[in-house]
Design a protein around this ligand. Sequence first.
Ligand code: SF4
Length: 336
Amino acid sequence: MTPTHAARLVRELSQPLVSGAFLAARDRERLLEVLPSATGETLDAFAAAAVAVRRARIGDAASLCAIVSAKSGRCGENCAFCAQSGHYATNAPQHPLLPPERIVAAAAAMARRGVTRFGVVASGKALPDAELESVATALAGIAALPMAADASLGVLSEDALARLKAAGLAAYHHNLETSRAFYPSICTSRTFEDNLEVLRACRRSGIPVCSGGLFGMGETWADRADLALTLLEAGVFSVPVNFLSPIAGTPLANRPVLSRDEARRIVVLLRFLLPDRHIRICGGRPTVFGRDASLAPMAAGADGLMVGDYLTTSGGMPDADRQGLRRLGFVVAQAG
Ligand code: SF4
């Protein structure tokens, strides 16, 4: 395809999205015929179109979120990418649930730096009932700050979700990670359906859902598109995008790190398939983009960033990200 043909295709696919539509099945096929091999001018044209879609459907506000690893390690699940799985010998830190005051102090430090959502994350299939009240206290403390209190605590019952909602939970995070077809290749201790049921339980409980995936595990472009469409149907409002940082000791230790262009293509794909959802770049950003291009995914259609440290890897600091985002034309909350 010549650059001229490619530019026309990009226009044809993106203009309806700018006007408020979603891609029809035939247009999704056309996108998947061209985007996976797009380079140079064509990839730049896709990225510029994705930014235009983001501006039309989401606006110019960039949201910064951060997390605390409230409980780490000792997980019984066998997610092949994860440093915290007890099935693999890794150097991930292990600690029991932090007391609520430490969690709230970590959130307050991020609120002072302009972070507007803060997630309490615990490893494991599900937070035990005995730890629920402690997390509820932490969420109430975070909700009293000028920020949204989010949580990622595994497969919770509707009763547990209701308790957290009453304490101030703003949104629940639970990644689907990848497509239904590819999921058994990365986890066999639970099913894709188990994860989807968490999203459904949140919707039944009236809790907004943040759910996304991890890219670079060996999944195909069809898997990536399937994940996006499942998230669209599941009604998630926010889609965290993680790029694999291969961890020594895990089954994915030897996977190659995605190239920058491949990661940009993934962000473009998600913006084209999820035009009106928040697309938030999270783990793996420094691994893929380094320091010199750390905001490149924001110039490919994303509208949010996780700042500070990730669960088991270090991230960028909010101050530098905030300045870079303003240079890209985003509006970012002031640091307090
Ligand atoms: S991703 Fe979550 S559920 Fe899977 S092994 Fe890691 S901590 Fe456990």
